[in-house]
Design a protein around this ligand. Sequence first.
Ligand SMILES: [Zn+2]
Length: 186
Amino acid sequence: MPTWTAERAKQWRQEHREELAEYAKKYAEAHKEESREYGKRYREVNKERLLAAQRLRRGTAKPSKGTPHGSGRSKAEHARRHYVKHRAKIRMHRRCYAHQRRAKGARVSAEQMASVMASNNGMCAYCLVAPATAVDHINPLHRGGVHAENNLAPACRSCNSSKGTATLLELFMKPRRLVTQRMIAR
Ligand SMILES: [Zn+2]
């Protein structure tokens, strides 16, 4: 007996085309009420969507004059205002995203990020005197460090930018770095 492949199935359907059509017709007749009811319900539930699709097909779609959140502003203006309002958050997100991309698929969840930021009482892990504003890769990504929770430390803006791509060892070996000075001063 030949194996039942898609090709065989297609052939079978062709050979039994009339029988199948007959069966479908009988089925439709037997379930007429049911299917009419179903169609009615479907059209009711999807009224808006179906009407929009119809307008689109007929080319009578109304030009969209809606504004985001009914604000009366253009989409571009809305996007600009959104960016200005959430600038810090967006930049933070972009930075994290860039890091993740560079880290080749490694992921740190939002919870893990928050837990890193909350560690050390929310203070910078390098100078210990300023509140942390971002997470720093202890072993920098540029130097082969991984984007993982155990390679992250809370850092203030100043330490984060002065540490840059230096490793912890280099940080201590460069005495003129602000971070080191601050660390020694403690
Ligand atoms: Zn610091």
